[in-house]
Design a protein around this ligand. Structure first.
Ligand SMILES: [Zn+2]
Length: 362
């Protein structure tokens, strides 16, 4: 099937937005990619990962400390994903292409395939945000229903209660099931993935083997199977929960739209009844952008509006360019979704899931 198309822009809003953002970087004489602060943050996070891992695996801390350190390890892994891998994948971590590749490969060390991430996230999610059947991020059927066009089941009535459990499974499912499903079916949702060359196949399997060696074989050998499986379970669950919550608060809240591409007469390419920029603004929300801890931890993923409009600009610039984007949105009377606090976004997510649990199917 041909990929869906967006309506072509008819307003000057998009051009004006791009013009002012470009002017900001020219006037201030700064690159759109990451800066020294981001590089040092990457080094700090990778060093912390190594330190906590070595202490946990080779120095056998007492049980209570091991649990605390495992939770810290999960937070560091999530932070590397948000801050380093995500920018690297978008090519915004650095001006240097090799550095971007290394930043993106951090995902393979942490269990996920960077090749599949590039397809799923950069190509599909960023184009078809919240489009049912295309955006893999809103696909958790039959367990959860996130879009009104998805099939409703009786258990969805309770999804606003049990979603925590499924979010804890996200990381586990991602690295042990979803990547392999994509690899063997050669598809993500309705879209076929780009043909993999020999290097892509190698990086896929080498990444999986490296993760298995570092996070499974060595700890089992050093700690014993029972201790490892408990620690590994806590590690996967907490990492999954952190990642899922940050993803979900950006797109699956009450203020965001969910759409379905429509069939066209005389064409097998479906159409999305919107212009791309407007679509991104309608399907995306920010949260807690004034909270320095959230900003630091989520690597600007709480500035998701800025990220979806300008995915090739590093997140270190989002606080500044968000002022420009808000201004242009206000001038053109265009919607800009934002939750002031994290807890407001979480409450909105829970309310949306409860609503979607019983809302009629479209
Ligand atoms: Zn992204």
């Amino acid at each position: 099937m041909a990929k869906p198309k967006f309506i072509q822009p008819s307003v000057t809003f998009t051009q004006e937005l791009k013009r002012r953002i470009d002017a900001y970087f020219v006037d201030n004489n700064i690159d759109k990619t990451g800066n020294g602060k981001l590089f040092s943050k990457a080094i700090i996070l990778m060093s912390l990962l190594a330190l906590v891992y070595i202490h946990l695996v080779f120095f056998t801390p007492p049980t209570w400390l091991a649990v605390v350190e495992t939770l810290i390890l999960s937070s560091i892994v999530a932070a590397i994903g948000f801050n380093v891998m995500h920018d690297g994948g978008h090519g915004s971590f650095s001006k240097n292409k090799t550095l971007n590749k290394f930043a993106a490969y951090s995902l393979d060390l942490l269990g996920g395939s960077s090749y599949m991430w590039n397809m799923k996230h950069n190509v599909i999610h960023h184009t078809y945000t919240n489009v049912d059947g295309y955006d893999d991020d809103i696909e958790a059927q039959p367990w959860m229903r996130m879009s009104p066009t998805q099939k409703k089941m009786k258990m969805h009535k309770y999804q606003h209660v049990y979603f925590w459990f499924f979010y804890c499974l996200l990381y586990f499912a991602w690295i042990f099931q979803a990547d392999f499903k994509k690899y063997f079916t050669k598809k993500i949702g309705l879209i076929e993935i780009q043909k993999m060359n020999a290097a892509d196949h190698f990086s896929f399997w080498a990444g999986k083997a490296l993760f298995a060696a570092v996070f499974m074989v060595i700890p089992i050998f050093k700690l014993g199977f029972v201790t490892w499986i408990i620690g590994f379970g806590i590690f996967l669950a907490f990492t999954g929960l952190l990642i899922a919550m940050v993803f979900q608060l950006a797109h699956v809240v009450e203020d965001c739209n969910f759409v379905k591409a429509a069939a066209q007469v005389n064409s097998d390419a479906e159409i999305i009844e919107d212009e791309w920029t407007q679509h991104q603004l309608k399907t995306t929300a920010n949260f807690a952008t004034n909270n320095k801890v959230v900003n630091w931890f989520t690597g600007g993923l709480n500035f998701q509006v800025e990220h979806h409009l300008f995915p090739r600009i590093s997140h270190v610039h989002y606080p500044e360019i968000s002022k420009i984007i808000k201004q242009v949105c206000a001038e053109y009377n265009v919607r800009y979704n934002e939750y002031r606090r994290t807890r407001e976004a979480i409450m909105s997510h829970v309310r949306y899931l409860r609503y979607m649990g019983t809302a009629p199917q479209l």
